[in-house]
Write a protein that binds this ligand. Structure first.
Ligand code: APR
Length: 310
């Protein structure tokens, strides 16, 4: 029997996720969006790429959740971009409403799914999906670290003129400018990054990574990144569907790990058929722990705003 993936939000990230699932022939796809016609139209268009690309997956679009029943994975990308004049808290509450509704509906029809959250502000949206779904913590996971490390790996590879495939990078913390790239654990085919680049260069690459999303927004002007975010999301979805047990940096619910309790924060996890099957704790230096605490503090503030308005 084929696997089934629902993607909520048929915008830039959602539609590209659907395309990547199809091109990898991972599962049948249901695209869901509030805008009438958009998920249906994009679904049909993607379906008609099948004969050319050589994939045999069914892709459909809907404005309700009934067709999503019994999905193995539900990816939530639905949300609003930040508009001029909107505060961070306004955006937070707008997307909270979207993710709350999407989660409620999705889990009603797919009570056994794994939820992969993509909507920003990511860490707070994971918390929303976790609270609303009442799923066990292993079944709610957020996409951030795979994208953040992909950006860091890209910049390192470009700087050294080596293959991106040889570059390994580790990033902890919230998705945003407080993320904590762990330079000491980043390497090129096992060679520590610190032996290949001087501190000033590494610092510049770290800063560029922390502002990676904003750099793309600045170019695009009317939207945010979607090719790399969708690629990162589908690496996670593939690891779950195929039970590959990849170790990836993901947003996970912590209960004491890294001294953080009751919050979603980015950490290395093992992703398999059960969702988050293990959280890896890395021994941190005092400086790294302080940066992680700062990052977790920023997530905590957003979660407090949601809780106060619930
Ligand atoms: N239910 C379903 N879909 C919704 C809802 C809802 N309640 N509200 C909005 N949407 C849809 C919109 O109609 C739109 O098609 O979500 C889609 C969002 O698409 P885009 O605006 O193109 O945004 P995108 O670039 O895909 O980003 C989506 O992912 O990376 C994050 O920060 C990004 O939070 C953003 C999300």
């Amino acid at each position: 029997m084929r696997k089934k993936v629902t993607i909520v939000g048929a915008g830039n990230v959602g539609a590209n996720c659907a395309l990547r699932v199809a091109e990898k022939e991972l599962a049948d796809v249901v695209l869901v969006d509030v805008v009438e016609g958009v998920p249906q139209g994009k679904g049909l268009d993607l379906l008609q790429s099948g004969p050319v690309q050589g994939y045999d997956v069914l892709i459909t679009g809907a404005n309700d959740y009934e067709p999503t029943a019994n999905s193995d994975v539900v990816v939530i990308t639905a949300g609003f971009p930040r508009k001029p004049g909107m505060s961070r808290d306004d955006l937070l509450m707008a997307n909270y409403e979207v993710v709350r509704t999407a989660t409620e509906q999705a889990v009603k029809y797919s009570p056994n799914c794994i939820l992969v959250i993509v909507t920003n502000p990511l860490d707070a949206m994971c918390q929303t999906a976790y609270m609303v779904s009442k799923f066990s913590k292993n079944r709610v996971v957020g996409m951030a670290g795979v994208l953040d490390t992909a950006r860091f790996r890209t910049f390192i590879a470009r700087e050294l003129n080596v293959s991106v495939e040889n570059v390994t990078a580790v990033v902890l913390g919230g998705h945003g400018d407080t993320m904590v790239p762990l330079v000491r654990l980043s390497n090129v085919s096992g060679i520590p990054l610190t032996e290949l680049l001087d501190k000033a260069t590494i610092d510049a690459l770290v800063t560029r990574t922390q502002n990676g999303g904003a750099e793309i927004v600045k170019h695009l002007k009317t939207g945010s990144a979607y090719y790399a975010p969708s690629a990162a999301t589908i690496e996670m979805v593939e690891s779950i569907l195929k039970d590959k047990k990849k170790v990836l940096p993901c947003c996970a619910y912590l209960e004491g790990e890294y001294g953080i309790n009751g919050l979603f924060v980015g950490v290395p996890v093992k992703l398999g058929a059960m969702g988050i099957e293990q959280i890896y704790q890395i021994k941190l230096s005092d400086e790294e722990q302080a940066l992680l605490n700062k990052s977790a503090g920023a997530v905590k503030e957003l979660v407090a705003v949601i809780r106060s308005k619930m």
